[in-house]
Write a protein that binds this ligand. Structure first.
Ligand SMILES: [Zn+2]
Ligand SMILES: [Zn+2]
Length: 694
């Protein structure tokens, strides 16, 4: 074996789990390369000291500069290093940070604007086999008062992965930080360069420093630059509450001198108008929703956190080569990480060219649920086959990085086998059936027995009811039961996943103005050959009566099954004499007094439609408030031809609060007083997705 001896140190990061056990994200330094393409060198452990030496396949690594290696080494756990690298633009901006650049960091669960003060070397110096880590020393910026807060407790050193945004620098003096290599001290040895004089001029105000005007204006421009008509913005109102809305108008109103914005708020506020200000109309919206304020009072909607508008093209091919580990299924983002990992602009699946039916369906199916992961293990596709494209480029990427670019979705769309799916608007149910049946060859999710005949397979269930069969504001539970009973249907077995289509016709007409999406669906009484309780006394039921269903004395709308005794008694009554109760098929040898086990399924996503555009709500964990809202085309950057869509994920715990109420409260709630999210969930639902819980 011949070695290519090279004096130059070559740093790398491991992007694929290697045969000899190096985990993804490990950082190392190679000092030689074999003819066979193996790198010989060592890998750094915690603290930057050499942990192990050996060989690693070059194709399992990605090259780094020394500076990148030092920055990434301070990031832990190692898996976060790869995540950061996937965000190509952000990472290169972090590598180029200079003193006094403005950044946003995640600190104590909050997002904080900060100024870069120093780059800090951490680790022992001048010791062979040690690579010093690099961290950032930052100063907090108080955006309310344009001051630098000098906290009594010094801030910790931040790693590159703590930085979530880098503001474009307009400052005059940019001193590159990376020349500041200096001494090493004891345990947490640090070295730093001196702060700039401007930042040292302490103001009389205790504990704070007045920002120089350059910094102030940078913060100002960061806050306002991206605001234009159509932007989502927030305003702190006089009573201190933050209100959210869309900017509908910008200009100088009559009688004012500076630039004002007219916002259409998400919610009504009694002092607001319908688009008039003073005596003049500037735009038109619903009453009590138009708010006029100086433009400088508006900030970009903080619910879409800190991903700058001006990202040109979000991802470059680098990430594709980094993340093509095919043999693993990335688990869904953990509940406690969703808010930091998924919320914001440029999150989720990026929409493109009529793709919302598809983005929304994929997001709903895969963000939090693993019910469909089995489709990957059963498919025997080639590496570039469609199921692998779906798994690697969409599902794994969505869960690992929180963002799937439109290109990946387009590549997938083009492989769907039917040309119209790549270009035209479709319905989610069409797509689901095509995906599961013809592309992934999965057996039907539902086996439904009709009128006692043999069971038929289906992938979704379309609710079919008469309007007068259910309440004015029905729940999915009622709708499903009624749909099954009135058509004499039964589930042959408990489905692993149940996709229910709401009663609507086409895109416009909906049968019910509001539907309550039941968070738990009890299918015990619509299961074939399953033990059921008598509707009246709770003993094992042996008869079912369809005609009793709407009996106004017996809880109209509830399914009625009776034990032998109750069946006789109920049908003695003159009004029910004509009924023809059916004998139920029940399992043999049922113990008399065993309680009937309820079969329940849990809601994990709701697809909604409004004016031909699909969006979705996803429940991302067991906490009742763990709800997010996704729109693949929430905003657009640039013009129709050269621009791109901005997908947005919002947190909406209020949806969970609403759904925690009783059905009675939900059905009588005044949606005009509810948040926009609750209104959309209640009024626009198109499809509810349930999964089995163990
Ligand atoms: Zn009974
Ligand atoms: Zn009856």
């Amino acid at each position: 074996m011949e070695l290519n001896e090279g004096k130059q140190e070559r740093y790398f990061i491991v992007v694929r789990r290697s045969k000899n056990g190096l985990s993804r994200g490990s950082i190392g330094c190679a000092d030689a390369e074999t003819a066979a393409g193996d790198l010989i060198g060592m890998v750094y452990g915690g603290g930057g000291s050499a942990k192990s030496s050996g060989t690693v396949k070059k194709q399992d690594t990605y090259p780094l500069t020394r500076h990148q290696a030092q920055l990434l080494l301070f990031v832990s756990p190692a898996s976060r290093r790869l995540e950061l690298m996937c965000n190509v633009q952000l990472f290169s901006a972090i590598c180029a940070l200079a003193q006094d650049d403005l950044v946003v960091v995640k600190h104590k669960k909050d997002f904080q604007p900060c100024l870069v003060k120093n780059l800090i070397q951490i680790g022992k110096k001048d010791k062979p086999g040690v690579l010093q880590m690099l961290g950032f020393e930052l100063d907090l910026v108080d955006t309310q008062h344009d001051i630098l807060s000098k906290t009594t407790v010094p801030l910790p050193f931040f790693s590159a992965a703590d930085i979530v945004q880098v503001a474009p620098s307009h400052l005059n003096t940019r001193q590159p930080l990376r020349d500041s290599v200096d001494l090493g001290l004891k345990r947490k040895a640090v070295s730093r360069i001196n702060s700039m004089p401007a930042l040292n001029s302490r103001n009389a105000k205790k504990g704070s420093i007045i920002l120089n005007t350059d910094v102030s204006s940078t913060i100002q421009s960061l806050s306002h630059s991206s605001l234009e008509v159509g932007s989502m913005a927030e305003v702190i109102s006089l009573n201190g509450l933050t209100v959210f809305g869309v900017i509908r108008w910008i200009g100088v109103p009559e009688g004012k001198r500076n630039c004002w914005a007219g916002l259409e708020l998400d919610n009504e506020v009694t002092t607001c108008s319908d688009g008039t200000f003073g005596t003049k109309r500037y735009f038109t919206c619903e009453g009590n929703k138009a708010l006029f304020v100086p433009l400088t009072n508006c900030k970009p909607d903080s619910r879409f956190l800190f991903i700058p508008n001006e990202i040109p093209k979000p991802l470059e091919p680098l990430s594709v080569t980094l993340l093509e580990d095919l043999n693993e299924d990335v688990p869904p983002v953990a509940e406690q990480d969703v808010l930091s990992h998924l919320i914001g602009r440029m999150r989720g699946i990026q929409g493109h060219f009529n793709s919302c039916y598809l983005d929304t369906t994929l997001f709903s199916l895969f963000t939090s649920s693993v019910a469909f992961n089995r489709m990957f293990s059963t498919s025997e596709d080639s590496e570039e086959g469609i199921s692998n494209i779906l798994r690697r480029d969409i599902v794994n990427r969505l869960r690992r990085t929180g963002f799937v670019p439109a290109e990946s979705v387009m590549k997938f769309r083009e492989r769907l086998g039917c040309k119209s799916f790549a270009t035209e608007e479709k319905d989610p149910e069409e797509f689901i059936t095509l995906l599961l049946k013809q592309v992934l060859h999965i057996e039907p999710l539902l086996k439904i027995r009709s009128c006692g005949d043999l069971a038929q397979g289906a992938y979704t269930h379309q609710i079919i009811v008469e309007k007068n069969q259910v309440r004015a504001v029905p729940s999915v539970q009622q709708l499903l039961e009624m749909s099954f009973v009135s058509s004499d249907l039964k589930f042959e077995e408990i489905p692993s996943c149940l996709i229910v289509q709401m009663p609507r016709f086409g895109k416009k007409f909906k049968m019910f103005p509001k539907i309550i999406p039941s968070t738990e669906l009890d299918i015990t009484d619509i299961l074939h050959c399953s033990p059921r309780e008598c509707f009246l006394c709770g003993h094992p039921a042996e008869y079912e009566c369809v005609q009793c269903l709407m009996d106004h004395k017996l809880q109209p709308g509830k399914i009625k099954q009776y034990c032998i005794t109750c069946n006789t008694q109920v049908h003695i009554h003159s009004s029910r004499k004509e009924h023809t109760p059916q004998k139920l098929t029940v399992p043999d040898h049922l113990p008399e007094d065993a309680p009937v086990q309820r079969q329940q399924m849990q809601l994990f996503a709701v697809l909604c439609i409004n004016t031909s555009h699909y969006v979705s709500f996803v429940k991302y964990g067991p906490n009742p408030r763990s709800w997010i809202f996704f729109d693949s085309m929430a905003d657009r950057c640039g013009d129709d031809n050269s621009g791109y869509n901005v997908p947005v994920i919002r947190s909406c715990p209020e949806v969970g609060d609403f759904l925690s109420q009783s059905e009675e409260e939900m059905s009588t709630a005044d949606v005009s007083q509810s948040s926009e999210m609750v209104r959309r969930l209640l009024c626009d639902s198109y499809m509810c997705l349930y999964q089995r819980t163990e």
